[in-house]
Design a binder for this molecule. Structure first.
Ligand SMILES: NC(=O)c1ccc[n+]([C@@H]2O[C@H](COP(=O)([O-])OP(=O)(O)OC[C@H]3O[C@@H](n4cnc5c(N)ncnc54)[C@H](O)[C@@H]3O)[C@@H](O)[C@H]2O)c1
Length: 321
């Protein structure tokens, strides 16, 4: 099968491209390189440089390459920026998806895999978040992903697409040092940055109703996440009726304090103790996936643990800094 992977030059996309090609799938990448990098696309994989908002380019790409399915990873992902620039996030994440879906339908392509996010759940008040947990996003980023899922569902009904929307939890780690996340928007790189500057890592709130009082999250290694895409692609390849919405998480909670301790241990940068700051608005106490549905539907389960995530991310950080 041949897959058009949008956002294939970014952090997650580059891992998905490698996992798909390792599984024997054909890949074409479309990426506007706004946050991605050309060097991240493996040799031999065609790269079309441009935006998913460019309908003419999409039509040309579908004409020039054999495409059996689309893996739509491209998107903007910074929650605080989405609050300040909602129109931009809706344009990139919703209008970009709408344009891509229109071109996909027009090209007669019937398989669609979408990068969604646990942000669709907002502030869930449950021990394990399953796919029946009500979606109530609390920022434009999360809204744009939920609207994206609805758009795909409606298009699937009207035009006969099979699809999988993968709701990623907290992605971390790297498959190789040069593939590590270059952004400093998630907990692990944020702590690296502080420690390397010999400054205290920040913990926002230690009075939550959790075992150590800090927020609890579900971390997923990007290599496991990429394998979930391979499993989903293989399901879409053989099941024209697939209409899947799946959590992609490890199913285990790790507290922010435990993660900071682990990072200090792995990096050996343990001189400065973390500082506890007041809670941040919009941080739920606990967000941990039930990963039962994805295991049942795709036979996929996370294998790698937080020490492997931190060690591989640290190797990438050291290479760059
Ligand atoms: N990183 C996470 O923790 C996380 C969690 C949940 C969901 N996601 C989703 O996963 C996807 C990938 O995230 P990432 O962490 O790899 O981010 P990233 O910024 O590293 O990758 C995004 C890629 O998409 C490309 N891109 C952006 N806008 C584009 C456009 N209009 N047209 C074509 N290409 C475009 C960028 O150049 C980049 O290569 C995003 O949709 C994000 O919302 C990420």
């Amino acid at each position: 099968m041949n897959w058009l992977v949008t956002g294939g030059a970014g952090y997650i996309g580059t891992h998905v491209v490698r996992a798909l090609t390792a599984a024997g799938e054909g890949v074409v990448v479309l990426d506007d390189l706004s946050t991605g990098a050309r060097e991240r696309v493996p040799e031999g994989v065609p790269l079309v440089v441009g935006s998913v908002l460019d309908r003419a380019l999409l039509d040309e790409t579908f004409r020039a390459h054999t495409v059996d399915g689309v893996v739509h990873i491209a998107g903007k992902k910074q929650v605080p920026e989405s609050v300040v620039r909602p129109l931009y996030y809706y344009e990139e994440n919703v209008e970009g998806l709408r344009t891509l879906l229109a071109a996909t339908v027009e090209a007669g392509v019937t398989r669609f895999l979408f990068s969604s996010s646990a942000a669709v759940y907002g502030m869930p008040d449950v021990h394990l978040v399953d796919e029946q947990t009500p979606c109530a996003p609390i920022n434009p980023y999360g809204e744009s992903k939920l609207v994206g899922e609805w758009l795909i569902r409606a298009t699937a009904r009207a035009h006969g697409l099979s699809y999988a929307a993968l709701r990623y939890f907290n992605v971390a780690g790297a498959g190789a040092p040069e593939l590590a996340d270059e952004g400093v928007f998630n907990l692990v790189p944020m702590v690296f940055e502080k420690l390397q500057a010999n400054r205290a890592p920040l913990i926002f709130g230690n009075d939550y109703d959790t075992a150590d009082g800090t927020c609890v999250r579900d971390f997923i290694h990007v290599v496991d996440l990429a394998e979930a895409h391979v499993a989903a692609a293989s399901r879409l390849a053989r099941d024209a009726d697939a209409r899947l919405v799946l959590n992609v998480g490890g199913g285990e909670g790790t507290s922010v304090r435990a993660m900071v301790d682990l990072i200090q241990k792995v990096t050996g940068l343990s001189d400065v103790a973390p500082t506890v700051e007041p809670r941040r608005a919009g941080d739920p106490a606990r967000v941990v996936a039930s990963a039962a549905r994805i295991e049942r539907e795709l036979g996929w389960k996370a294998r790698l643990q937080t020490p492997e995530m931190v060690a591989s991310a640290w190797a990438g950080w050291q290479r760059r800094h």
